[in-house]
Design a protein around this ligand. Structure first.
Ligand SMILES: *Cc1c(COP(=O)(O)O)cnc(C)c1O
Length: 416
């Protein structure tokens, strides 16, 4: 176990001065005085997105109207944004599109995976998965009506549960509550040894650290773009299909935009080439324009540097919070070993919901996950070491002065 010794504020500031990613913060809109530790839930707004959206609305939609589908290549946006995402997750050109929501893409991927493995009936997942992934897989199984079953095991038991009965292994690499990270390479290799199709949800991976889908030979993957990829609230998700499977998949959701020639208006469905067949309906151009622009902040960014800084930010936060707040009952809920942790840190915290509300009122934004977890995301492109140090200091103040003991902070909002 490697632990960072506690640093002085001066030492923390010197980390910022030496930070090779420090200049990226200027590319984001971060309100003055706010420490934003929730980029794992809704990424910050890249400044370029404001301009891009304004021009998409005014010039493309406003002036070009329907002509913009051709003159501004609106139809190409899912593949264009998909290729940019591909570069961040080790996926080649033409293997990723940006479309629909993560939930829908889970359904598309699971149904495709089951089709690629027609002789088997079990979908394996773990109980740390995000509920919507499990709901969607169950929905696909029920809808197919072929007797498919969901097998849900503890995250630590996935490896041993892989055997010749499993059609599809569907896992989220990073646990949304604790940040615990699966070993994608090892599990995918094991899945393939027993003839199982491996589907990965990269919702908390893409843009958080290096992912190499092709090196680990994943079959299908999905993920979210409004978290670490900063695509904006509800931005289109992505889906990856390994090149070797693309021609074999007949999409369950066979919409016209996934058709080989939508404007032939042929009543017989024929899938488009490659991953494009995973498109369903008309691309949401405004949302895709925002995403396409947001993805440009990654140009020239070295993901190894992103990961190195992410680990350091998390270690700094853990050591400061443990030193300052353990006496108030906080306990680390995330793995202590950075190698098996994503880019977030969670603590079990008594009265966690009210504590988080009070912390937010004190200009440090994280979030709360039931039953008692306060969660903090670390986004190296727009966070400084000094931010993280101050966040721990402010959390200590909230607890020390019981700033959370306010009736208003006990009432839950619709979104936590
Ligand atoms: C955030 C997240 C989702 C969100 O799905 P939506 O369809 O965009 O609401 C799904 N799965 C995982 C693992 C997530 O972390």
């Amino acid at each position: 176990m490697i632990r960072v010794e506690r640093l002085s504020l001066e030492e923390v500031k010197s980390l910022d001065r030496a930070d090779p990613l420090g200049h990226k913060r200027d590319e984001f809109c971060i309100p003055e005085g706010l420490i934003y530790l929730d980029g794992n839930s809704l990424g910050a707004l890249p400044k370029a997105v404001k301009k891009r959206l304004a021009s998409t609305v005014e010039t493309e939609w406003g002036n070009s109207l329907i002509r913009a589908w051709n003159s501004h290549q609106w139809m190409e946006l899912p593949a264009k944004a998909g290729d940019k995402i591909g570069q961040l997750i080790g996926a080649g050109k033409g293997t990723v599109i940006a479309a629909d929501t993560t939930s829908l893409n889970v359904a598309k991927a699971v149904s495709a995976g089951l089709e690629l493995n027609p002789g088997r009936r079990v979908i394996l997942t773990d109980n740390g998965n995000f509920p919507t992934d499990v709901y969607m897989a169950q929905g696909v199984a029920d809808t197919l009506g072929k007797g498919h079953q969901l097998k849900i095991v503890d995250p630590a038991d996935v490896f041993d549960a892989l055997d010749e009965s499993i059609a599809v292994m569907m896992l989220t690499e990073v646990d949304y509550r604790t940040g615990r990270r699966h070993d994608m390479h090892k599990l995918t290799r094991r899945a393939h040894q027993v003839g199982t199709i491996a589907i990965w949800d990269l919702a908390h991976s893409a843009g958080a650290f290096e992912v190499d889908l092709e090196a680990c030979n994943a079959d299908l993957a999905v993920g979210c773009t409004y978290k670490y990829l900063n695509g904006g609230p509800g931005s289109p998700a992505f889906i990856y299909v390994a090149a070797r499977h693309q021609t074999l998949i007949k999409p369950m959701l066979s919409g016209w935009i996934g058709h080989r020639a939508p404007f032939d208006f042929d009543l017989e469905y024929q899938p488009a080439d490659g991953v494009r067949r995973m498109n369903v309906g008309t691309p949401p151009v405004l949302a895709l324009s925002a995403l396409d622009s947001a993805l440009d902040v990654w140009e020239g960014v070295d993901m190894a540097q992103v990961r190195a800084k992410s680990v350091q930010l998390c270690e700094l936060f853990i050591s400061e919070v443990e030193a300052r707040c353990s006496q108030y009952g906080l306990k680390l809920a995330s793995p202590r070993d950075a190698a098996v942790r994503g880019s977030q840190v969670s603590f079990h915290c008594p009265q966690g919901y009210a504590v988080m509300r009070a912390l937010i009122a004190s200009q440090v934004i994280g979030d709360f996950r039931a039953p008692d977890v306060i969660r903090f995301g670390f986004t190296p492109l727009y966070l400084s070491y000094t931010d993280v140090y101050h966040a721990a200091e402010i959390l200590e103040k909230v607890l020390e002065n019981k700033l959370w003991q306010v009736p208003e902070f006990m009432k839950k909002g619709q979104v936590t």
